[in-house]
Design a protein around this ligand. Structure first.
Ligand SMILES: C[S@@+](CC[C@H](N)C(=O)[O-])C[C@H]1O[C@@H](n2cnc3c(N)ncnc32)[C@H](O)[C@@H]1O
Length: 216
């Protein structure tokens, strides 16, 4: 079981490395224009202070976070993604290559932000991931995340349990983790880890998770 999950998350990262060059053309409703909502969503999150973004991808959210953060650090496991993010946001961001399933923060921040990442965290790694987020936050710090509601699962061609099959433009197929959280289930699961979280549906079938670091 542990080995299966290890293989799955390693394959997921290989998939995103291979997808980097086509990511912007195929993500965030590149056709229907969902990406146009990103700046206004970030504006209403009330972000300030030192911010770290996890799984920054090509920097779609990084480019907006940098307008609000006193300092911004952005992590991703795929060097190909980081290179594109660096091109999109050439100044004001410290980019680092980090495998988030083996991440022990050595600094702390006021805000930890991640978009379209939580749904890629397998159930087996959920608690471990959140203890890394907790370790990255200062007292009173916030975790802010955006992800997809179950109503968007129609985007996945094939999905079984928490594994979805994705196809790249070269025709290769890849397994990724995809967990579509119901807002109440996610808030309850986080409560078992002592996070106080609100999970609010927003436009496009997305939700915003706003969680406060558990007391020490
Ligand atoms: C769905 S994309 C989200 C990118 C960006 N946050 C966005 O909303 O456009 C998932 C990102 O997770 C990154 N990723 C996958 N596995 C990872 C891992 N083990 N550690 C760090 N990043 C990883 C991928 O490289 C990719 O950039």
């Amino acid at each position: 079981m542990v080995e299966q999950v290890n293989d799955l998350v390693a394959g997921q990262l290989r998939y995103y490395r291979a997808r980097a060059a086509e990511y912007d053309a195929t993500s965030y409703g590149a056709v229907s224009g969902e990406r146009a909502s990103v700046p206004a969503i970030v504006d209403r999150l009330g972000i300030s202070g030192d911010v770290i973004e996890l799984a920054c991808g090509t920097g779609i959210w990084t480019a907006e976070l940098v307008r609000h953060a006193a300092t911004l650090t952005a992590l991703d496991g795929a060097p190909e993604m980081l290179e594109l993010a660096r091109q999109r946001v050439p100044t004001g961001v410290r980019f680092e290559r980090v495998d988030l399933f083996n991440w022990t923060p050595t600094e702390s921040w006021d805000v930890v932000f991640f978009s379209a990442w939580l749904s890629h965290v397998p159930a087996d790694r959920f608690a471990g991931f959140w203890s890394s987020v907790e370790a990255a936050l200062r007292p009173g710090g916030r975790a802010l995340a955006l992800d997809e509601l179950p109503s968007r699962s129609f985007h996945e061609g094939q999905i079984q349990g928490e594994v979805a099959i994705r196809t790249l433009q070269d025709g290769t197929t890849h397994e990724v983790v995809k967990v579509f959280w119901e807002p109440d289930d996610l808030a309850s699961r986080l409560a078992t880890l002592e996070w106080q979280a609100s999970v609010t549906p927003i436009e496009h079938g997305w939700f915003i998770l706003d969680a406060t670091r558990p007391p020490q």
